[in-house]
Design a protein around this ligand. Sequence first.
Ligand code: PEP
Length: 258
Amino acid sequence: MPRRKLIAGNWKMNKTASAGAQLVNDIKAQFECGCKGCENGPEVLVCPPFTTIAAVIEAAKGTCLQVGAQNIHWEESGAFTGEISGDMLNELGVSYVIIGHSERRQYFGETDETVNMRVKAALAHKLKAIICVGETLAQRMAGVTAAVIEIQVRKALAGLTEEDMANIVIAYEPVWAIGTGKVATEEEAEEVHKDIRALLKKLFACPCIAENTRILYGGSMNDKNAAGLLAQPDIDGGLIGGAALKPAAFAAIIKAAL
Ligand code: PEP
């Protein structure tokens, strides 16, 4: 069974509720995302800010556009100012959650350990987790990309079972490529994706885990470079920031994944 591609938009801290609903309408106008057009194509997901999720879910009704969140806390409730729980996300009706984005790691002290706890919380709440990993420019220049990615993946997946892996997506996002316009070459991206798949083979007894787990590329993916990246054998979709806010570009990326 070929892996179904996933095109996921990370809206970051952009779009109020009304602007988010408008963006969904604009995406719908660009792309026939009634379930007919999407059945055989990629899964399409948008991850707006928490306060925009309900409006986006409403605007996406009747389409196959899925809606996700950008974070989840590992505790059920309590004194965790600014955080969001699995129950809260379940009640909203999201299907995915992004975990460990490099901006969370860089600006908000996210670590491999907290990433792992958040992943387990997502699974406990029947949410699919998109786990972000990626090296900095300094790490790439130092030739330690493979080692850095291996540690991040191992720690993010610590304690997970083969059954859990059905709900895990990994996003390789080189930090130097995020929001910079500097995209990894197809070869650079494919090399890391292949390494991650080889690591999954080592981590889980069943070869089906490595075969079935989707690994997305993220980092300045746009309508111009998407087709080449998505044609790589181990690249199963994209996590898209800037271009996900531009309906025509996002629709073109979706089409490139068809
Ligand atoms: C991201 O935020 O995950 C991302 C890949 O951003 P951009 O596409 O803007 O580089």
